[in-house]
Design a protein around this ligand. Structure first.
Ligand code: ZN
Length: 433
């Protein structure tokens, strides 16, 4: 206990200072995330290019680059061309600052609980390095969410490097991963995320480990294995069943295309382009021939195909007979076909690598929780969208934000949830006697 009293006094003294620091650091990291979110999918340099207005290209001076404050001072407009600057920038900065603050408050609260023998019963040790671990994880999932919403991709640069960071930290500072029991009491060393497994009696297969870093490393690796593995299997199954879908008909079907989307007389389901091409590489492939069409600045006769061929449409272009036109120039097309392939959205490998990354930070217990909550909230949102907007089943919604939401829930409420679980197990055991 004396050890913790010493900690407590120290933490109590630095608390106000650190609170202000965490907010400032959070806002700055948020500002950096905005750069990552914008530049990484566009393969622009993240570090070696000054910030510039995307509209007028004018470099942004340092005083206009102060997180949160600059946006407010400029009232969300570029000082040069008055182009509006999205409110998203300030929202990301404020969210990062608030979440960093929440991590710090939680760490502080647990130190305080530790001190009061009446309150403290079996609460996990919060090693100061967990603040770093959680802040890095929060930064990663925030940027991944926004990139997924914008581009439907999950960059490996973020997931791989952050997972590596979590594994290295597990070895270097085992306390960063939730371990219950001080390293000197190795006899009853176990770690909290595995409480779930211990309740299910799985830990008896768990190897006996001799030092804290082995426990935290194993935790991290198990997290990667479970997180990535589960989604990998699911995405392979998904690819088999979904991925894309080919329609074959005996009779010729007519597919009619206009500026906003297409419809086939096979199912009379009008599909918007934005709902057809979800990912950047999605293609609508039609084996058939164009019988009439209208494309800006193109002679309509040049569009007519005498023989069947492959007509490919993506979110950018229309391609057939080695000719390529911009999709935005396509006014109308009428195509006769017996076979066409539409893209469907399977569970992406991106979701798998992201869940593996979360496993590296939080261990296998968190992966199970995040999987459960994210798929539940994701399906609910999907149903709501289906109900309101009459969206098609396969249009889908970005899943990464739901994984992020579940992860944040886990970070701040896992103790509460594990207590709840423990009560439940206790209740079951008692009622069984
Ligand atoms: Zn500008």
């Amino acid at each position: 206990m004396t050890e913790f009293y010493k900690y407590y006094e120290y933490v109590e003294q630095v608390f106000p200072l650190f609170t202000v620091w965490l907010i400032i650091i959070g806002a700055c990291v948020g500002s950096f995330l905005n750069v990552v979110i914008w530049r990484m999918p566009r393969e622009e340099s993240i570090v070696f290019a000054p910030s510039h207005c995307p509209k007028c290209n004018k470099n942004i001076p340092a005083w206009q680059n102060i997180p949160i404050l600059s946006w407010l001072m400029l009232r969300g407009k570029c000082s040069n061309c008055k182009a509006p600057i999205s409110a998203r920038y300030i929202i990301i900065e404020a969210m990062t600052a608030l979440l960093f603050l929440a991590v710090w408050m939680r760490a502080f609260k647990i130190y305080r609980l530790k001190i009061d023998p009446d309150v403290m019963i079996n609460i996990g040790v919060w090693h100061p390095s967990m603040i770093l671990l959680y802040c890095v994880l929060i930064a990663a999932i925030l940027s991944l969410s926004m990139i997924d919403i914008d581009h439907r991709i999950v960059p490996d640069q973020i997931t791989f490097s952050c997972a590596l960071f979590a594994v290295v930290l597990a070895i270097a500072v085992p306390g960063s991963h939730e371990i219950v029991g001080a390293p000197e009491q190795l006899g009853n060393l176990y770690h909290k995320p595995l409480l779930l497994f211990s309740c299910m009696g799985i830990t008896q297969f768990y190897p006996i480990l001799e030092s804290a870093w082995q426990v935290s490393l194993l935790d991290s690796l198990l997290g990667i294995f479970l997180g990535f593995g589960f989604f990998f299997v699911l995405s392979q199954v998904g690819k088999f069943f979904m991925g894309d879908k080919t329609f074959e008909t005996e009779e010729e079907t007519t597919i009619t295309i206009d500026e906003k989307g297409y419809v086939s007389d096979y199912d009379d389901d009008y599909m918007l382009w934005e709902d057809t091409f979800i990912r950047e590489k999605d293609e609508l492939i039609i084996e058939g021939r164009i019988i009439e069409g209208k494309v800006s600045k193109v002679d309509p006769k040049a569009l007519i195909m005498k023989e069947d061929g492959e007509i490919i449409l993506t979110e950018d272009y229309l391609k057939f007979n080695d000719m390529e036109y911009k999709l935005e120039d396509v006014k109308s097309l009428s195509i006769k076909t017996k076979s066409w392939t539409i893209p469907l959205e399977p569970l992406g490998m991106g979701d798998a690598t992201m869940l593996g990354m979360i496993g590296a930070f939080l261990g296998p217990g968190a992966v199970i929780f995040v999987l459960f909550i994210s798929s539940l909230s994701g399906s609910l949102a999907g149903l709501v969208k289906l109900g309101f907007k009459k969206a098609k089943m396969h249009t889908g919604i970005p899943f990464v934000p739901f994984i992020a939401f579940a992860t944040i829930l886990y970070i701040f409420f896992n103790q509460f949830l594990l207590d709840l679980w423990a009560y439940y197990i206790q209740y079951i055991n008692n009622s069984g006697q």
